[in-house]
Every structure is written in structure tokens, then in C-alpha cells.
Design a protein around this ligand. Structure first.
Ligand code: MF3
Ligand code: CO
Ligand code: CO
Length: 269
């Protein structure tokens, strides 16, 4: 690839070529297969470190590179965010108990392309309130994705997500956002999960980015713990997140991180 000829918009967003979709498709498929394999590991009694060890080994076994090990000093192959943890939960000795909900977020590098995705999982029986939160969060992501089309704007994505979440009396986290990606992990633009229709950069064919809304049952405010990574809801309310990596096409978008097993939304049962 001739990096010097890559087109970048006035907002600093890189426009990828048709041929680049193949790279993202493979990276997305790899991360989706790994997330598919995590379902059976999530159960009461398991630690989050055991799940992360499995992911690290699976990334190795496939000959891939973990994008998170060594990223800004992070040392794990996944982020695992349990209950009121919003994102960037560090895998460790925490033992899962019946009714816990968790997000597993994995990013791999395949031939230089980044695949970034996360899903919700449940340990044991899923409490009704948690189930509703998870349903709304997944639907919010899919409504954001449905708003992606050349000529529309990033504000349209945020508006689609925010209006749906708030109509369901839940809140959208403002402190973290989606991001451009491709041959890099985090690139412009910041993909906000709230906003006003018709605002922000215009979507163009060839843009690659994530949409990854975090939704809280209570208030939207977060705080980062003393470990400098773990973000939690300030009011301790439950939080959920789903993340896809996508590419803008002539007519809409391609989702790179769909589950081959059909288990993106519902990872449990
Ligand atoms: N995968 C996360 C994202 O969606 C980033 C995790 S960075 C880490 O952007 F260092 F915390 F792993
Ligand atoms: Co991401
Ligand atoms: Co991610």
C-alpha cells in the first residue's frame, strides 16, 4: 500500500480503497470467532483472568497479534467489564457470580488490519433489568449502524443511538466514544454516541470506524478507578456495551465483526 497517496478528509478521516475491505473483513471475522468461543467460559465460579488467558492463547494459536497487550501499558488480551464497570475492566481474580453481566472487548491485528468488537455475556440466570439493559444497548448499536450511509453525518449516528436509549429511560455514556480504525487502532474521528442530526463530519464511502455505545441504567457519569483503566458508573448502576467495526459502502455499510455463529447479540443459553 502506498501510504503517501491515501486520501484523508478535511476532518482527518482516512478514506480506504475497495481492496482494503478484504483486510478488515478478515480481521473482523477473526475477532468475531474468538468472541463466539467465549460464551461457554462465562459462568458462575469462573474468574475474568481465566477468560482473558483463553483469549490470549486463542489469538496466539491463530497466529494473530493482540492489539491491547502493550497498548499504553495495558497488559491483557481483552477488557472484561462486569456489572457497573462501563469499559476497560482489567481481567483478574474477580470470580463471576450468578446474575453478573459482562462485556468482553477484544481487538486483534491481522496482516496489519485491526478488528475491534465487544459483546455482552451473562453468568448464570440473567436478571430481567439487566436483560432489558442489554437489549436496549444492542438495539441502540444496530440503530446507529442503520444510520450509516454516504451523505449522512456522524451526528445522525449519535442521534439515532441517544434518542432510542433515552426513550427507554436509560442513559448514554459521554466520556468514551467509538473511533476510526483500519491500519491503526484509534484514528479520527471520535464517534460520539449522542448528538444532533445533521451535525458532524459527513459520512463517505471508504471510512472505517467502530460504533460502541455504552448505556447505563442510571445516570451517564463515569469515573476511572485508581488503576487508571477501569471506568465505572458514578452511581454504581449497571452498564452495558456492544461494539462493531464497520466500513462505509456506496449504499450503507458493511459490518466486519458479525458473528459467524449468529451469537453477536445473544451470547448466552
Ligand atoms: N477495545 C477498546 C476499544 O473499543 C480499547 C481497549 S484499549 C485497552 O477501543 F488498552 F484498554 F485494552
Ligand atoms: Co473500539
Ligand atoms: Co473494543
Amino acid at each position: 500500500m502506498d501510504e503517501t497517496r491515501a486520501r484523508v478528509t478535511r476532518d482527518g478521516i482516512r478514506i480506504y480503497e475497495e481492496a482494503d475491505f478484504a483486510g478488515m473483513r478478515e480481521a473482523g471475522r477473526q475477532v468475531a470467532e474468538i468472541l463466539d468461543l467465549c460464551g461457554p467460559l462465562v459462568k458462575p465460579g469462573a474468574t475474568t483472568a481465566v477468560i482473558d488467558d483463553f483469549i490470549r492463547d486463542e489469538v496466539d494459536r491463530r497466529g494473530l497479534i493482540s492489539a491491547t497487550i502493550g497498548y499504553k501499558g495495558y497488559r491483557h488480551a481483552s477488557c472484561i467489564s462486569v456489572n457497573h464497570v462501563v469499559c476497560h475492566g482489567i481481567p483478574g481474580t474477580k470470580i463471576l457470580t450468578d446474575g453478573d453481566i459482562l462485556n468482553i472487548d477484544v481487538t486483534v491485528i491481522v496482516d496489519g488490519w485491526y478488528g475491534d468488537s465487544s459483546r455482552m455475556y451473562a453468568a448464570g440466570a440473567l436478571p430481567r433489568k439487566a436483560e432489558r439493559l442489554i437489549e436496549v444497548t444492542h438495539e441502540a448499536l444496530m440503530r446507529g449502524i442503520a444510520a450509516v450511509k454516504p451523505g449522512e453525518t456522524f451526528g445522525d449516528i449519535g442521534h439515532a443511538i441517544q434518542s432510542y436509549v433515552e426513550a427507554n429511560r436509560m442513559s448514554v455514556v459521554r466520556d468514551f466514544c467509538g473511533h476510526g480504525l483500519g491500519r491503526v487502532f484509534h484514528a479520527p474521528p471520535n464517534v460520539l454516541h449522542y448528538g444532533r442530526a445533521g451535525t458532524g463530519p459527513v459520512l463517505e464511502e471508504g471510512m472505517f470506524f467502530t460504533i460502541e455505545p455504552m448505556v447505563n441504567l442510571g445516570r451517564p457519569e463515569t469515573k476511572v478507578l485508581a488503576d487508571d483503566w477501569t471506568a465505572v458508573t458514578r452511581d454504581k448502576s449497571l452498564s452495558a456495551q456492544y461494539e462493531h467495526s464497520i466500513g462505509v459502502t456506496a449504499t450503507g455499510c458493511e459490518i466486519f465483526t458479525l458473528s459467524p455463529a449468529g451469537r453477536f447479540f445473544k451470547t448466552w443459553d
